[in-house]
Design a protein around this ligand. Structure first.
Ligand SMILES: [Zn+2]
Length: 245
């Protein structure tokens, strides 16, 4: 039996930087629109700890229509206004940081403010490289060292992971488990999860032009099964690589 719990995948919020892909930048106004849309549809934001517990069988703590908001490539300088928007909308979230990128990491004081505002700190590995192309030793360092550094900075556990470029396989899932992660998100498309998928969770990709109508479609069963079937037939791989540069 799968758990219906859409995980929205955002990257940056705001105007695109000149040297980046504009598809990864969602205007702040659009994020507000999404949160209103979710509230109107009866969704309630949760953090990744509740998701992990639900996938382990403890579903009783889940609100009705739970949804998880995630941010990959989180960058401290740009994230403060995002926290305000999330708090105003009543949504917690998880922000995945690249632990080896000093320029984007929040300071210790900032991190505790994040946590107080309902933001869970997650790992987006150490150097943001596709894990599938690395040696076992390098993958272990990406998973363990990033967790260690973020935990030292946050002063609390870091148990949730986002694979850079959505790059993972069976080896990465097993190593993420051994490194102590309770959940890991991929770029596979979908809004339902089997308990066995807790370290390769599907997400709903959000682009700048994703309006409320399109978001509503992405939250439906038809959209999920369309992608699950395409994936089974082998049509989704190219799409996944493009989905998360
Ligand atoms: Zn990334």
């Amino acid at each position: 039996m799968s758990l219906y719990l859409p995980i929205l995948m955002y990257h940056q919020i705001g105007a695109p930087a000149a040297d980046h892909k504009p598809d990864l930048y969602v205007p702040a106004e659009r994020l507000r629109e999404h949160l209103e849309c979710l509230s109107d549809l009866g969704f309630h934001g949760i953090g990744p700890d509740l998701l992990a517990a639900a996938l382990s069988g403890a579903k009783e703590k889940l609100p009705s229509r739970p949804v998880l908001v995630t941010f990959d490539d989180a960058s401290a300088p740009a994230f403060a206004p995002v926290i305000e928007i999330l708090a105003a909308g009543g949504f917690p979230a998880v922000a995945y940081f690249v632990a080896g990128d000093e320029g984007t990491l929040p300071g210790r004081g900032e991190l505790s403010a994040y946590v107080q505002a309902g933001i869970t700190i997650g790992s987006h590995c150490l150097t943001h490289r596709p894990l599938a192309g690395l040696s076992d030793e390098a993958v272990r360092a990406e998973l363990v060292e990033s967790r260690f550094r973020l935990e030292a900075a946050a002063g609390g556990p870091v148990e949730h992971l986002a694979y850079p470029f959505g790059s993972y396989g069976r080896r990465e899932v097993l190593m993420a488990r051994d490194a102590g992660y309770r959940t890991a998100v991929s770029t596979r498309r979908g809004n339902r999860h089997r308990p066995s998928e807790r370290l390769c969770l599907r997400r709903v990709p959000i682009r700048p032009d994703t309006d409320c109508r399109r978001l509503t479609r992405y939250l439906g069963a038809a959209w999920h099964w369309e992608h699950a079937i395409k994936e089974r037939l082998g049509f989704e791989r190219r799409n996944q690589r493009r989905a998360h540069p």
